[in-house]
Structures are given as structure tokens and as C-alpha cells.
Ligand binder design. Structure first.
Ligand code: BEZ
Length: 253
């Protein structure tokens, strides 16, 4: 989960309104195919919903996250969860695999993260991950930037996400010493269990932080209003988001 702006990450709200994140992570778990006895690092483990699945497979799992409240929630599930910055991993050749779901795109300074993952893996170890890929949440992002521009603010430098295309990510992995075994880039439009304003409040506080406190609610409302035509399914009364995933397996060479 988001490492940089995680200080006030609201775990209760995340579980209530964003439970689909771990739920949809099951496909990448299948790519990982964890084996009993393997030692696995779950990078950006959040509240541990998927970490628990890894443990159930018989693997020995360590979860790390930069959010203290998420780590507390993961520990409450009985998991070995540690508060750690993914850009400063302290592991050395001790994991058979590193797993990451919906976390790497929050780590905009990618090089130290990939270098730390490579260091944490045993020779021949694998990184199996899913993150936002090029085009991810683009309609939402464009609406945010347009509403900020209307208030005279350039929101682009505050963008807290990195959504690489496959070629770019493969090159970054190669620089860190990985060989890409497989990679997929695909659209995954996703229904929300919450309103667009709720989604924005959970996932896009970095942009609201550019505004004075008193303007934040109206900012989220204005972005939602702009998106209603494109991302609200009137027939079903459901909001959806234009997620695009980048899923890959890379082996430490
Ligand atoms: C994602 O999982 O792709 C994502 C979630 C929240 C904000 C941006 C991207």
C-alpha cells in the first residue's frame, strides 16, 4: 500500500471500501504458486489479507509495509508483519520469492526498490507482482488534473503513482539484475463498492493536499461530478474505475 503518504492511511476505511484490492489479487497469487517451506516476502502487504493466503499455502512469509496502521492490522491476523520502507529493504539473499500486489505503483522511486528486492532474493529467486500499468486510472487522473487546473494548480508533480508500460518496466527489471519470465498488460475495469468520492478520499489525498483544508471536500465532489458521465453506470447504480494492470514474473539472474 502507499508508502510515501501512508502516515494517515485509514485501515478501517480501506478494508470497508477497498476490499476488492486483495480479492482481485488472487490471480497474481496463482502466478506465484507458493510452495510449502518456501520463504516469501510480501512487499506492501497492507492489512495482510493476501499475506494470510500465502501462509495458508505452507510458506514462511514476512510482510512489510510503510503504513503503521496496516502493519498493526496485519499483526492482528497473527502475521509476521514489519514496518519497513520498500526503498530501504534490509534483507540479504534470504527469500525464495518476493510477492507484491497493488503496491509497486506507489513507489515512484523505483530503482532502490528493485535493487532491494534483488538483494533480498536468493540466486534464482523470483519476483511475482501486479501493479498499475500504463493507462491505469487515467480517466480519474485526467479529471483530477483538470479540476486542479481550473483552480490554477498544476497537479502533475504531486502524482503519487508510477504506471509503467511493459517495455519500461522490463528495462528497469533488467537493470536490477532480473530476467523477465512473463509479463502481461491488460485492462481490468473494476466496479467499486463505494462512491467515487470515497475512492478519491482513500487513494488520492496527495492531490487534495495541494488545496487548503476547507476546499478538499468540494474538490472531491467536483472531480466526481466530472467523472459521473464516464465512470458511473446509471443502469446498475455503480461506480467503476478504469484500472489497467501490469503483471509480471521476473527471475533473479
Ligand atoms: C491501483 O491499484 O491500480 C491503484 C489504486 C489506487 C490508486 C491508484 C492505482
Amino acid at each position: 500500500m502507499p508508502p510515501d503518504n501512508a502516515k494517515d492511511w485509514n485501515t478501517e476505511r480501506y478494508v470497508r471500501d477497498a476490499g476488492f484490492v486483495p480479492e482481485l489479487g488472487r490471480a497474481v497469487l496463482a502466478w506465484l504458486d507458493p510452495k510449502p517451506g518456501e520463504r516469501i516476502l510480501d512487499l506492501g502487504c497492507g492489512d495482510g489479507a493476501l499475506t494470510r493466503e500465502l501462509v495458508r499455502s505452507g510458506a514462511a512469509v514476512v510482510g512489510i509495509d510503510a503504513s503503521a496502521s496496516q502493519i498493526e492490522a496485519a499483526r492482528a491476523r497473527g502475521l509476521d508483519a514489519r514496518l519497513m520502507d520498500a526503498g530501504a529493504l534490509t534483507f540479504d539473499a534470504e527469500f525464495d520469492a518476493v510477492f507484491s500486489n497493488a503496491a509497486l505503483h506507489w513507489m515512484t522511486d523505483r530503482e532502490p526498490v528493485l535493487a532491494g528486492i534483488a538483494r533480498a532474493l536468493k540466486p534464482g529467486g523470483r519476483l511475482v507482482a501486479e501493479m498499475g500499468g500504463k493507462g491505469n486510472v487515467d480517466r480519474v487522473l485526467q479529471a483530477i488534473l483538470a479540476v486542479l487546473a481550473g483552480r490554477g494548480i498544476d497537479g502533475r508533480p504531486a502524482t503519487p503513482w508510477l504506471f509503467p508500460d511493459p517495455g519500461d518496466q522490463a528495462a528497469a527489471l533488467a537493470r536490477a539484475g532480473f530476467r523477465v519470465a512473463r509479463m502481461e498488460h491488460f485492462e481490468r475495469p473494476t466496479d467499486l463498492d463505494c462512491s467515487m468520492s470515497d475512492w478519491l478520499e482513500i487513494f488520492a489525498p496527495a492531490f487534495a493536499g495541494l488545496l487548503p483544508d476547507g476546499e478538499r471536500q468540494s474538490f472531491f465532489a467536483e472531480v466526481s461530478a466530472r467523472l459521473e458521465r464516464v465512470l458511473f453506470d446509471r443502469g446498475r447504480g455503480v461506480w467503476w474505475v478504469d484500472y489497467v494492470r501490469l503483471r509480471f514474473e521476473a527471475v533473479k539472474s
